[in-house]
Design a binder for this molecule. Structure first.
Ligand code: SF4
Ligand code: SF4
Length: 192
Protein backbone atom coordinates (compact mmCIF):
# COMPACT_ATOMS: atom_id res chain seq x y z
CA UNK A 1 0.00 0.00 0.00
CA UNK A 2 1.12 3.57 -0.72
CA UNK A 3 0.27 6.34 1.74
CA UNK A 4 0.63 9.95 0.71
CA UNK A 5 1.07 12.67 3.32
CA UNK A 6 0.59 15.91 1.38
CA UNK A 7 2.45 18.89 2.86
CA UNK A 8 3.64 21.04 -0.04
CA UNK A 9 7.42 20.85 -0.44
CA UNK A 10 7.56 18.69 2.74
CA UNK A 11 5.26 16.01 1.30
CA UNK A 12 5.98 12.43 2.38
CA UNK A 13 5.29 9.11 0.70
CA UNK A 14 5.18 5.80 2.54
CA UNK A 15 5.01 2.23 1.28
CA UNK A 16 4.18 -0.90 3.24
CA UNK A 17 6.75 -2.73 1.09
CA UNK A 18 9.60 -0.85 2.81
CA UNK A 19 9.12 -2.94 5.98
CA UNK A 20 10.19 -6.02 4.02
CA UNK A 21 12.27 -4.32 1.35
CA UNK A 22 13.39 -6.65 -1.47
CA UNK A 23 16.73 -4.78 -1.53
CA UNK A 24 17.66 -5.89 2.00
CA UNK A 25 17.33 -4.80 5.62
CA UNK A 26 18.49 -1.22 5.08
CA UNK A 27 16.48 -0.65 1.87
CA UNK A 28 17.19 2.62 0.10
CA UNK A 29 19.18 3.78 3.11
CA UNK A 30 22.07 1.57 1.93
CA UNK A 31 22.79 4.41 -0.53
CA UNK A 32 21.68 7.69 1.00
CA UNK A 33 20.92 10.57 -1.36
CA UNK A 34 22.97 13.74 -1.35
CA UNK A 35 21.76 16.58 0.84
CA UNK A 36 21.67 19.01 -2.05
CA UNK A 37 21.49 22.82 -2.00
CA UNK A 38 17.69 22.83 -1.90
CA UNK A 39 17.69 20.23 0.90
CA UNK A 40 20.12 22.27 2.95
CA UNK A 41 17.96 25.37 2.47
CA UNK A 42 14.87 23.37 3.43
CA UNK A 43 16.53 22.05 6.59
CA UNK A 44 17.73 25.56 7.52
CA UNK A 45 14.26 27.01 6.89
CA UNK A 46 12.95 24.44 9.40
CA UNK A 47 15.42 25.53 12.09
CA UNK A 48 18.23 23.05 11.37
CA UNK A 49 21.26 25.30 10.66
CA UNK A 50 22.94 24.52 13.99
CA UNK A 51 22.22 20.83 13.57
CA UNK A 52 23.85 20.86 10.11
CA UNK A 53 26.99 22.51 11.51
CA UNK A 54 27.10 19.93 14.31
CA UNK A 55 26.83 17.06 11.83
CA UNK A 56 29.59 18.59 9.70
CA UNK A 57 31.83 18.95 12.76
CA UNK A 58 31.13 15.31 13.64
CA UNK A 59 31.90 14.18 10.08
CA UNK A 60 28.44 12.71 9.44
CA UNK A 61 27.93 15.28 6.71
CA UNK A 62 30.71 16.59 4.49
CA UNK A 63 30.82 19.13 1.67
CA UNK A 64 30.42 17.84 -1.88
CA UNK A 65 29.99 19.38 -5.33
CA UNK A 66 26.20 19.72 -5.03
CA UNK A 67 25.74 20.22 -1.32
CA UNK A 68 26.52 17.80 1.50
CA UNK A 69 27.25 14.10 1.41
CA UNK A 70 26.08 11.73 4.14
CA UNK A 71 28.63 9.38 5.68
CA UNK A 72 28.05 5.70 5.00
CA UNK A 73 28.96 3.38 7.83
CA UNK A 74 30.25 -0.18 7.75
CA UNK A 75 28.63 -3.06 9.61
CA UNK A 76 29.81 -3.17 13.21
CA UNK A 77 30.47 -6.13 15.51
CA UNK A 78 30.21 -9.80 14.70
CA UNK A 79 26.90 -10.57 16.39
CA UNK A 80 25.16 -11.41 13.14
CA UNK A 81 22.67 -8.61 13.84
CA UNK A 82 24.89 -5.95 12.29
CA UNK A 83 23.29 -4.04 9.46
CA UNK A 84 24.98 -3.87 6.04
CA UNK A 85 26.79 -0.72 4.91
CA UNK A 86 24.32 2.13 5.16
CA UNK A 87 23.56 5.79 5.82
CA UNK A 88 25.03 6.94 9.14
CA UNK A 89 21.53 8.04 10.21
CA UNK A 90 20.04 4.57 9.75
CA UNK A 91 19.39 2.48 12.85
CA UNK A 92 17.74 -0.85 13.58
CA UNK A 93 14.32 0.86 13.70
CA UNK A 94 14.90 2.81 10.47
CA UNK A 95 15.80 6.47 10.07
CA UNK A 96 16.97 8.07 13.32
CA UNK A 97 16.48 11.70 12.30
CA UNK A 98 13.14 13.51 11.93
CA UNK A 99 11.71 14.31 8.47
CA UNK A 100 12.62 18.00 8.83
CA UNK A 101 16.33 17.11 9.03
CA UNK A 102 16.34 14.74 6.03
CA UNK A 103 17.00 15.36 2.35
CA UNK A 104 13.58 15.83 0.73
CA UNK A 105 14.23 12.67 -1.33
CA UNK A 106 14.25 10.63 1.88
CA UNK A 107 10.72 11.86 2.52
CA UNK A 108 9.12 11.55 -0.91
CA UNK A 109 11.01 8.80 -2.75
CA UNK A 110 9.66 5.31 -3.09
CA UNK A 111 10.90 2.87 -5.73
CA UNK A 112 9.00 1.38 -8.68
CA UNK A 113 8.58 -1.91 -6.80
CA UNK A 114 6.83 0.00 -4.03
CA UNK A 115 4.50 1.72 -6.51
CA UNK A 116 3.74 -1.65 -8.14
CA UNK A 117 3.13 -3.23 -4.72
CA UNK A 118 0.84 -0.29 -3.92
CA UNK A 119 -1.32 -1.00 -6.98
CA UNK A 120 -0.08 1.51 -9.54
CA UNK A 121 -0.46 -0.98 -12.44
CA UNK A 122 -4.16 -1.53 -11.59
CA UNK A 123 -4.79 2.18 -11.11
CA UNK A 124 -5.02 2.29 -7.30
CA UNK A 125 -5.85 5.95 -6.58
CA UNK A 126 -3.36 6.44 -3.72
CA UNK A 127 -0.54 4.98 -5.83
CA UNK A 128 -1.43 7.22 -8.78
CA UNK A 129 -1.65 10.28 -6.53
CA UNK A 130 1.66 9.26 -4.95
CA UNK A 131 3.32 9.01 -8.36
CA UNK A 132 2.00 12.43 -9.32
CA UNK A 133 3.32 13.99 -6.11
CA UNK A 134 6.66 12.17 -6.46
CA UNK A 135 7.17 13.41 -10.02
CA UNK A 136 6.18 16.97 -9.09
CA UNK A 137 8.72 16.96 -6.25
CA UNK A 138 11.49 15.56 -8.45
CA UNK A 139 10.87 18.42 -10.91
CA UNK A 140 10.57 21.05 -8.19
CA UNK A 141 13.72 20.18 -6.26
CA UNK A 142 15.67 19.45 -9.46
CA UNK A 143 14.95 22.90 -10.86
CA UNK A 144 15.74 24.59 -7.54
CA UNK A 145 19.09 22.79 -7.34
CA UNK A 146 20.06 23.98 -10.82
CA UNK A 147 19.13 27.55 -9.99
CA UNK A 148 20.87 27.50 -6.60
CA UNK A 149 24.02 25.93 -8.07
CA UNK A 150 24.23 28.77 -10.61
CA UNK A 151 23.76 31.43 -7.91
CA UNK A 152 26.38 29.82 -5.68
CA UNK A 153 28.90 29.67 -8.56
CA UNK A 154 28.25 33.31 -9.27
CA UNK A 155 28.63 34.49 -5.66
CA UNK A 156 31.38 32.10 -4.55
CA UNK A 157 33.40 31.02 -7.61
CA UNK A 158 35.92 29.24 -5.35
CA UNK A 159 33.23 27.36 -3.47
CA UNK A 160 30.90 28.48 -0.70
CA UNK A 161 32.04 29.17 2.87
CA UNK A 162 30.45 26.53 5.05
CA UNK A 163 29.37 28.86 7.83
CA UNK A 164 26.13 30.03 9.38
CA UNK A 165 25.81 33.03 7.05
CA UNK A 166 25.95 30.75 4.01
CA UNK A 167 23.43 28.33 5.50
CA UNK A 168 21.08 31.19 6.36
CA UNK A 169 21.41 32.51 2.81
CA UNK A 170 20.41 29.07 1.46
CA UNK A 171 17.43 29.01 3.83
CA UNK A 172 16.26 32.40 2.54
CA UNK A 173 16.80 31.32 -1.08
CA UNK A 174 14.69 28.20 -0.62
CA UNK A 175 11.91 30.19 1.03
CA UNK A 176 12.01 32.57 -1.95
CA UNK A 177 11.88 29.70 -4.44
CA UNK A 178 9.04 28.03 -2.54
CA UNK A 179 7.02 31.20 -2.52
CA UNK A 180 7.58 31.66 -6.26
CA UNK A 181 6.55 28.03 -6.92
CA UNK A 182 3.46 28.17 -4.70
CA UNK A 183 0.94 28.10 -7.61
CA UNK A 184 2.58 25.02 -9.15
CA UNK A 185 2.63 23.26 -5.77
CA UNK A 186 -1.18 23.04 -5.64
CA UNK A 187 -1.01 19.32 -6.41
CA UNK A 188 1.04 18.88 -3.22
CA UNK A 189 -1.47 20.50 -0.88
CA UNK A 190 -4.13 18.57 1.03
CA UNK A 191 -7.71 19.06 -0.09
CA UNK A 192 -6.95 20.26 -3.61
S1 SF4 B 1 11.33 2.44 -1.48
FE1 SF4 B 1 11.74 0.43 -2.38
S2 SF4 B 1 13.97 0.11 -2.21
FE2 SF4 B 1 13.37 1.77 -0.81
S3 SF4 B 1 13.04 0.77 1.20
FE3 SF4 B 1 11.05 0.91 0.15
S4 SF4 B 1 10.83 -1.02 -0.92
FE4 SF4 B 1 12.98 -0.81 -0.40
S1 SF4 C 1 18.64 10.16 6.25
FE1 SF4 C 1 17.27 8.60 7.03
S2 SF4 C 1 15.84 8.12 5.36
FE2 SF4 C 1 17.61 9.25 4.48
S3 SF4 C 1 19.01 7.66 3.77
FE3 SF4 C 1 19.62 8.21 5.85
S4 SF4 C 1 18.54 6.76 7.21
FE4 SF4 C 1 17.57 6.70 5.19
Amino acid sequence: MIRLELAGMHTRLHSTLCGSCPQGPTGCCASPPGVEWSDIGRIVSLGGAGWLLEQMAAGTLRPGQRGLLILRVEPQGSDGGALPKRCAFHGHEGCTIPPERRAATCNYYVCDDAFAHGGEPRGAPEALAGREAHDALVDLYGSWDLELAARIRERWPDGPPWNLDFLDWLGREVRRLASRAAPSMRVLRPGT
